[in-house]
Design a protein around this ligand. Structure first.
Ligand code: FAS
Ligand code: PHB
Length: 391
């Protein structure tokens, strides 16, 4: 098989890149290890920046997001038993975020690709990358017992943190940075109305909690748990009781509980691989970087990566120019590191660490008190949360 761009991974990075390339008249084939249902079954991000919304519109898949998504203009910070609203819209010059689940984004992209009759190879096994240091890279995979080869001009590694793309780069060509946090997020998805109309981020003596949502009837909640915790140790009742114990009296009284549709523990880490380009191989999204989900940046960074990459590849084919592909890595990493900083800062502020101690807790409470009472400090939070401008 021959294509212009071989994309490894049919998560949001791979599918959004494929759709943006299609709109630019560039042929791509997507190779995915799992089945479509498996990909859709992973419950992940919930908050889209305006830049991500604009890219979904550019890809021609924004209709349902605009129809069903929830525009949000603020978030609340809960500490010392009281909630404090951060006016994202007022502090960011009118920007907002959209609450619309990653599952729905992925579904919209899958359906658009299928409707155009474009090639996505699911349940591909033993994917390998070849000759990406030449101008004739190749991707090989097995399916139904047969080995297949895709020859292409470029490979986009959109296969996430555990994917094969970054692992195919010679280790002496890659520099990685990593910080593993000593806790995880136990998340529950349930068909119950949200406890509040905006997201609540809580710093409490029992640890962090987040009240989010997917719609007016479907909620997404998280509580911080020790990194060695096992999801099988948590009944639904145990989860609801723990969440309720981390809320203020009003929210605790408003909490509607119900059976979990999904329950899982996500580990938290900060990770960056540099550079993000190796000859004709480009890394994008979680294949290149991971942020703790506190700042709701993971999916949004993946989107801005593929926005840069699709523009660079369109410039290459249309204008025979290498300027975009040569600057791809540097442009992405400038944005990635700012999001890494914000996600690390917000995680450090809102979570209970083993060595936080009494002094550390007082410092966190003082910073939160400063944050909610300082226009300068809350403006900084707001402009990072809604998404910094593309550079
Ligand atoms: P993905 O990991 O989503 O997709 C990669 C795809 O590549 C997968 O479908 C995988 O099956 C496929 N693949 C892997 N290896 C392959 C191979 N060898 N061959 C072919 N295909 C292969 N972000 C937020 O903003 N908020 C959150 O609350 C949040 N929660 C998260 C919870 C978890 C458990 C995880 C892991 C991430 C979470 N994230 C969150 C971040 C998440 O949303 C990612 O940023 C987003 O999925 C990135 O998308 P992709 O880069 O497409 O990577
Ligand atoms: C979610 O709704 O899953 C979500 C929202 C905000 C975050 C993280 C996760 O910071």
């Amino acid at each position: 098989m021959r294509t212009q761009v071989a994309i490894i991974g049919a998560g949001p990075s791979g599918l959004l890149l494929a759709q943006l390339l299609y709109k630019a008249g560039i042929d791509a084939v997507v190779v995915e290890r799992q089945s479509p249902d498996y990909v859709l079954g992973r419950i992940r991000a919930g908050v889209l920046e305006q830049i991500t919304m604009d890219l979904l519109d550019q890809a021609g898949v924004g209709q349902r997001m605009h129809a069903e998504g929830l525009p949000h203009h603020g978030i609340e910070l809960l500490f010392k038993g009281a909630r404090h609203r951060i006016d994202l819209q007022g502090l960011s010059g009118g920007k907002q975020v959209m609450v619309y689940g990653q599952t729905e984004v992925t579904r919209d992209l899958m359906q658009a690709r299928a409707a155009e009759g474009l090639t996505t190879i699911y349940e591909a096994r033993d994917v390998t990358l070849h000759d990406f240091d030449s101008t004739n890279p190749k991707v090989r995979y097995t399916k139904d017992g047969q080995t297949h080869e895709i020859s292409c001009d470029f490979i986009a590694g959109c296969d996430g943190y555990h994917g094969v793309s970054r692992a195919s780069v010679p280790q002496d060509k890659l520099h990685t940075y990593e910080k593993v946090y000593p806790f995880g997020w136990l998340g529950v998805l349930a068909d119950v109305p949200p406890v509040s109309h905006e997201l609540i981020y809580a710093n409490t003596p029992r640890g962090f909690a987040l009240c989010s949502m997917r719609s007016a009837t479907r909620s997404r909640y998280y509580v911080q748990v020790p990194m060695e915790e096992k999801v099988e140790n948590w009944s639904d009742d145990a989860f609801w009781n723990e969440l309720r114990s981390r809320l203020d009296p009003e929210a605790a009284a408003n909490l509607v509980t119900g059976p979990s549709l999904e329950k899982s523990i996500a580990p938290l880490r900060s990770f960056v691989a540099e550079p993000m380009r190796f000859g004709r191989l480009f890394l994008a999204g979680d294949a290149a970087h991971i942020v703790p989900p506190t700042g709701a940046k993971g999916l949004n960074l993946a989107a801005s990566d593929v926005g840069y990459l699709s523009s660079a590849l369109a410039e290459f084919y249309r204008e025979k120019s290498d300027v975009g592909i040569d600057s791809y890595s540097e442009r992405c990493l400038r944005r990635v590191w700012k999001a890494e900083r914000f996600s690390w800062w917000f995680t450090s502020l809102m979570h209970r660490f083993p060595d936080t101690g009494e002094f550390g807790q007082k410092i966190q409470e003082a910073e939160l008190d400063y944050l909610v009472n300082s226009t300068a400090a809350s403006t900084s939070l707001a402009e990072n949360y809604v998404g910094l401008p593309l550079v």
